[in-house]
Design a protein around this ligand. Structure first.
Ligand code: HEM
Ligand code: HEM
Length: 179
């Protein structure tokens, strides 16, 4: 993730994407918890429609963010111990990966119900599975479990940021706030 030519810190775009995903995920967790439990008679309106729209936006932003990140390498903070470097790498890859996988599974789970997923209310995304496809039902079940796995990694990630700021007193958190 780093290497020759890597920047010393996060630029404006990387920081903007990071906090935008944070806000979108916070909203998505709230909506996912408020919306009715999805069953055969549930309609894609109200909070459910919000969940699908927000989810499609999260997918678009995380893909753009990942592409930006791959094109703009950033060196890790220079004062990290080897175990900190290893754990933060694993956590960051898990966060990117889980968000990406969760949106794809949610998309398939919506198609299972016969619901369309629209990006920014304009572009209808192609169906990943036809209505009633068994694997897309399983995708919904996995989506509901990964809700907690992703939350676990977010807690670990935030704990790491607070540990650096309040215990180690280094610039790790500052890098993501002010560059
Ligand atoms: C990372 C982004 C996402 C998060 C954090 C998230 C979170 C959640 C939560 C908290 C639930 C409720 C789980 C439960 O009732 O046990 C849920 C269910 C669901 N989500 Fe998402 N979601 C995300 C992305 C998406 C996307 C992109 C779509 C579709 C476009 C989607 C479609 C659904 C559907 C259809 C369900 C019901 C699944 C079922 O029970 O069959 N989600 N999601
Ligand atoms: C209060 C909440 C959060 C805080 C304080 C926080 C803090 C930070 C900090 C300080 C870094 C830089 C780490 C470094 O320099 O090595 C970072 C990177 C990162 N954060 Fe967060 N974060 C938060 C929420 C989230 C959430 C919800 C996600 C979910 C996707 C996330 C995903 C990431 C990823 C993937 C990176 C790695 C960036 C890269 O190098 O490409 N963060 N975060």
């Amino acid at each position: 993730m780093s290497g020759k030519g890597a920047a010393a810190g996060y630029g404006f775009v990387a920081r903007f994407f990071h906090w935008l995903i944070f806000l979108l995920l916070a909203a998505q967790y709230a909506v996912g918890s408020i919306m009715p439990h999805i069953g055969r008679k549930t309609l894609d309106e109200g909070w459910v429609a919000w969940h699908l729209s927000l989810g499609a936006a999260i997918l678009a932003v995380i893909v753009a963010r990942l592409l930006w990140r791959l094109l703009h390498p950033v060196a890790p903070h220079e004062a990290l111990a080897p175990w900190e470097l290893g754990l933060s790498r694993i956590t960051h890859i898990a966060l990117y990966g889980l968000v990406l996988v969760m949106t794809m599974l949610g998309w398939a789970a919506a198609n299972y119900r016969g619901w369309e997923v629209k990006l920014f209310g304009l572009v209808t995304l192609p169906a990943l599975a036809a209505k009633g496809t068994p694997w897309a039902h399983t995708a919904g079940g996995i989506h509901n479990v990964l809700v907690y796995v992703l939350l676990g990694f977010i807690v670990l990630h935030v704990a790491g940021a607070l540990y650096h700021h309040f215990v180690k007193h280094d610039r790790v958190l500052q890098r993501m706030l002010a560059g």
